[in-house]
Ligand binder design. Structure first.
Ligand code: SF4
Ligand code: SF4
Length: 99
């Protein structure tokens, strides 16, 4: 039997097929007051799009505009009530295309 191999597409090629339809309403909000007492800052390391940036006062700066809606931040966050996660409004958010 012949082994079939599939080559991974380059990350930049994948990203060039992704579209973000930015909604006016953020579908994720972060309460920086809660984040200040967070010792792990797990969201900073877990978000594949690097959308969580620690601030000098111990809080978090968050940008929802290039969010993949993977839900990882919500899963790893250990700060009660820090992340409010919903889906974007209809017709908005990330659009993945093949090819
Ligand atoms: S893991 Fe949660 S509580 Fe901690 S910094 Fe990130 S969003 Fe804030
Ligand atoms: S849902 Fe995924 S891509 Fe969006 S902010 Fe959370 S970890 Fe990052």
């Amino acid at each position: 039997m012949t082994e079939r191999r599939y080559s991974e597409p380059a990350f930049d090629d994948v990203m060039s097929t992704v579209e973000f339809r930015v909604a006016e309403r953020p579908h994720i909000t972060v309460d920086s007051d809660v984040c200040r007492s967070c010792t792990t800052k797990a969201c900073v390391y877990a978000c594949p799009a690097n959308l969580f940036v620690p601030t000098s006062d111990g809080g978090i700066l968050f940008n929802y505009e290039q969010c993949f809606e993977c839900g990882t931040c919500y899963q790893v966050c250990d700060g009660e009530g820090a992340i409010n996660w919903t889906y974007p409004d209809g017709g908005h958010g990330v659009v993945f295309r093949k090819g």
